[in-house]
Design a protein around this ligand. Sequence first.
Ligand SMILES: *Cc1c(COP(=O)(O)O)cnc(C)c1O
Length: 461
Amino acid sequence: MRYVSTRGAAAPRRFGEILLEGLAPDGGLYVPERWPAADLDALRDLPYPALAHALLAPFMDDVPQLAAIVARTYTKEAFGSAAIVPLRTLESGLHLLALSNGPTLAFKDIALQLLGNLFEAALAARGETLTVLGATSGDTGSAAEYAWCGKRGIRVFMLSPHGRMSEFQRAQMYSLDAPNVHNLAVCGTFDDCQDLVKAVNADAAFKARYRIGAVNSINWARIAAQTVYYFAGWFAARRAGAEAISFAVPTGNFGNIYAGFVARAMGLPIRRLVLATNENDVLDEFFRTGRYRPRRTAQATSSPSMDITRASNFERYVYELVGRDGARLAALWRRLEAEGELDLGAYREAIAASGFASGRSTHAERLATIRAVYERYGAIIDPHTADGVGVALRLREPGETMVCLETAQAAKFAATIREAIGREPPRPRGLEDLERRPQRFAVIDPDPEALKRAIAEACGA
Ligand SMILES: *Cc1c(COP(=O)(O)O)cnc(C)c1O
């Protein structure tokens, strides 16, 4: 499989060449040059690791020992059950697909655990090392740390705002006991953390010397890994008797739901992709009006992992809308940069044909959904999942089955759960003492030189 840039002006590359990279040299995102066709009959009864291998192999056809890498990623030990993503039926036509049983209790583990193993193998084959430098306000950082911990050839420096994360999130990150993972608590905000990452990346000599890279949500391997659970969820719903199967997806960066779009392009008969946002509703607005208006700042909400103002994977979707015409996409993005918004009304028919429906939720609606799901079904869902379930219940049509993606466990958001139902969410087994475990982190000032010193010291220079 070759990968082309959405902006059309970069040379096609193989998967092994784009795995460790970010943007294409022309500023675009890499996408596969064609969609592999999935043979549903051959896939429907496969256990998750075999299903994952069958679906990923066409995308990653130059990775030696892909089957072994996939098999050691998707294990019962790491994800809590052999199903990896078990389907929980709430009532006929309404299901939760549990994506949050990985090591950090959020769906990002499904892609990042694979990425950790793919990176380790690729770096070993090239005899290279990599320093991952990132900033986090909570979820993504811990999923990244748990993906890289103990991996050979990789060192991680994760910046987080000192004293501004929940007890649970802090304990989850800082208690990780791996010599290659360095937690740096910055005396400042999440924005200060991001500015520090930018400042260090702007120092080309330092960046080259310590081989600093990033792992962000635009990495194609993450998207590919996420297509797998759409197939697994669709087959499980079909076995439960469902006919017209739709997915409801709480959305921030348009990564998770875009993977559903890819699954559909590969031939999975998904009826609708129901996109749910919180108060940061850039994408809901787009699917209602055809206008894409990224905002300058995000509003802080009770589903914080969706507090995103600019959806980085959205460009890949628009590339399909414009008929994979890179020059046209590049012109649209120049206009977006100049005018701050984009009117895609001219592509109304392509948008309608792509199978999306959308909605948004407010804090009060999330609380009401969490309460209703608890009272009706005895299930406790987290506020992100509640965004999706709430929109799914509002938009569900007669005869339609909604598979709602459960993207995090309620235990991570105890305060909101208490507000909704007046009780504590259950603690997953093995994490009862999480906040009491020893924590490892260094406090630094929001100063690029302080960060560089910390990196240089840890790298023994
Ligand atoms: C990241 C995240 C999302 C949003 O996923 P995108 O791929 O950014 O759309 C939703 N819920 C949780 C819990 C997350 O961590």
